[in-house]
Design a protein around this ligand. Structure first.
Ligand code: 5GP
Length: 194
């Protein structure tokens, strides 16, 4: 998605050879116009799949997931990272190791919002080692729902999450795939540049 790649080039900050900061439009301040275009792209990509629900993780997946949900006219559920007192019964949970925070956290979704007849699209901001997506897949399986695919805003192709998921036959659509962050420079994969 060219507009996204231009934005990453213009505003992304390479924090190390493995971490990209996009706080000015996705992870802190949000660019609603760009999020709308991202939502439209996901809606178009997964149009034929009969999706009934989008699942993401708080907090950075919520903006792109909500825009996709608006256009697809389906609800969006976000897994919570902290257990709230009001979220105690009928809960699906999974452990997720965070690449950026270097800690494991428990994510949870209420059974009220995911049903066995749901066809689910996972949306998240970044794909690194795939741990967040695997946690969400675990929850979808616990609920007996069906995973349709995964929509990612920025995939870091030099980490193994994309390969791990695609090898399992899971459809993963990433709007920008970064092949390298070395020497402070963002490089996108060739097919993505076409
Ligand atoms: P994974 O679970 O695939 O290893 O990592 C994905 C999660 O970690 C995303 O939900 C995202 O919040 C965070 N993450 C991973 N890599 C980056 C990165 O380079 N930049 C930012 N901002 N977040 C990242």
């Amino acid at each position: 998605m060219q507009v996204l790649k231009h934005k990453i080039r213009a505003e992304g900050k390479v924090l190390s050879d493995t971490v990209l900061k996009v706080d000015s439009f996705l992870n802190h301040q949000i660019d609603p116009q760009l999020m709308k275009e991202i939502g439209q792209e996901f809606a178009e990509l997964f149009r034929e799949e009969g999706i009934t629900k989008i699942i993401t993780i708080e907090s950075s997946g919520i903006a792109p997931a909500t825009m996709a949900g608006l256009i697809m006219d389906i609800p969006v559920v976000f897994a919570r990272k902290r257990k709230s007192l009001t979220l105690s019964k009928n809960l699906y949970s999974a452990s997720v190791y965070s690449f950026t925070k270097k800690e494991t956290s428990e994510i949870s979704v209420s059974g009220d919002f995911i049903q066995p007849d749901d066809v689910v699209l996972i949306i998240d901001d970044f794909l690194a080692n795939g741990q967040a997506v695997l946690g969400l897949i675990d929850i979808i399986e616990q609920a007996g729902a069906r995973l349709s695919g995964v929509g990612i805003v920025i995939e870091k192709g030099f980490q193994n999450g994309g390969e791990l998921l695609r090898k399992q036959g899971i459809r993963v659509e990433s709007l920008a795939i970064v092949s390298s962050l070395e020497n402070g420079k963002v490089v996108f994969t060739e097919e993505e540049q076409a």
